[in-house]
Design a protein around this ligand. Structure first.
Ligand code: KG4
Ligand code: ZN
Length: 362
């Protein structure tokens, strides 16, 4: 049995978890900072890193206690190295280094996006995974379609050229005066709305696997803002305005916006799966909690669609421990001078190793 302690602090959740053999969650503790950032309408980086420092020791102790273990039986420490907020990443990485040094444990840096992929490894399923699979990773910072041909083997098929899907949800929610975080707020508001009320654009439809959501965001802004009085137009339209035209039905706007995002995510992911002959479609990341996305993907896909349970959609450390396990068993190790990578793209395991694999394990 191999036990990995996972640590995640890339954004606004301080999380620690213990995972057995990459697929069995022994504990999964998350301290969310959501209430702290709600007053700013988004994550305030300086506040986030300070909050991580305050709770990381207790969150980690709690994860060990709930798993019924001590550090003596942990085989390795896996920590999110990037992408994310640098000040936040540094807290987790330095804490993990302290544990690794103090207990002489292997240190494994994990890409946060790879972590989201491995949330599917922690999800109950009918049988073993047959590669290749295609995974749509949709979060606050990313919208990627990734082809996975084996553990740690990734080909990036497409990503967003501007805003990430979750970022678009957050910006449009702010515009509509809905509370942070925007994704769940839009989803709630959309339940009473008509998705066909507004014909918002579906950008880059039919073209490759790239996404673009900034035009959609601007189309929503134009549809809801009051007409300008007088001759002068404001120089810049503000995405922070909560002054809406009196005739705007927020539920209809939310439902029509959500439908536009979901349409392109679903269409491109299914096409990617078909063109690469994958066995399944996976969805991961914070936006994978969205029921409209889950339902439409499942309804339209000719292939099985796998989604994580809601508890594993958002940021957590179990997914980092699971990804860390699959690196650990392949001989992947990082040195104690490992840096943080705020802009780190998802890369295959052999392109990210900072130390050669241990003999016989690659
Ligand atoms: O993966 P995550 O927790 O953090 C990042 O790695 O960014 O994703 C957070 C994003 C936020 O933009 C949030 O608004 C969005 O996921 N989100 C949702 C839903 N729940 C969270 N978007 C749409 N529908 C949801 N139910
Ligand atoms: Zn995330």
């Amino acid at each position: 049995m191999t036990l990995i302690l996972g640590i995640e602090t890339s954004c606004d959740e301080t999380a620690a978890a213990v995972v057995e053999d990459g697929e069995r969650i022994r504990s999964n503790v998350i301290a969310s900072q959501v209430d702290l950032h709600a007053q700013y309408g988004g994550v305030f980086p300086e506040v986030a890193s300070r909050a991580h420092i305050e709770v990381i020791s207790t969150v980690t102790e709690q994860a060990l206690t709930e798993a019924g273990v001590t550090l003596d039986v942990i085989d390795a420490v896996a920590v999110t190295r990037g992408p994310g907020l640098s000040g936040s990443l540094l807290v987790g990485v330095n804490f993990a280094k302290g544990l690794a040094l103090g207990r002489d444990l292997p240190l494994i840096g994990v890409n946060h996006l790879e972590g989201h992929v491995y949330s599917l490894w922690l999800t109950e399923r009918g049988g073993p995974v047959q590669f290749p699979v295609v995974c749509l990773i949709v979060s606050g910072g990313h919208s990627e379609i990734v082809l996975i041909t084996g553990h740690g083997d990734y080909t990036m098929l497409g990503s967003t050229i501007d805003d990430a899907a979750g970022e678009a949800f957050d910006k449009v929610a702010r515009l509509l005066g809905l509370p942070y975080p925007g994704g769940p707020s839009i989803e709630r508001a959309a339940r009473d709305g008509d998705p066909a009320a507004y014909d918002f654009p579906r950008a880059m439809r039919g073209e490759g696997y790239q996404f673009s959501f900034s035009g959609l965001k601007t189309a929503v802004l134009r549809a809801v803002q009051p007409p300008h009085k007088g001759k002068r137009q404001p120089k810049q339209e503000s995405m922070h305005s909560t002054q809406l035209r009196p005739d705007v039905n927020v539920a209809d706007v939310a439902a029509s916006f959500q439908a536009a995002v979901v349409d392109v995510l679903v269409e491109k992911t299914i096409r990617a799966a078909q063109e690469h002959n994958t066995t399944e479609i996976w969805i991961a990341g914070g936006v994978s909690a969205n029921q409209a996305l889950r339902q439409q993907m499942t309804a339209l896909s000719p292939l099985p669609v796998c989604v994580p349970p809601l508890s594993l959609c958002g940021d957590n450390a179990a997914m980092i421990a699971s990804a860390g396990y699959f690196r650990f068993v392949r001989g992947y190790r990082d040195d104690l001078d490992m840096d943080v990578r705020p802009m780190w793209p998802l890369m295959s395991i052999h392109d990210t190793m900072t130390r050669p694999a241990a003999p016989g394990t690659a």
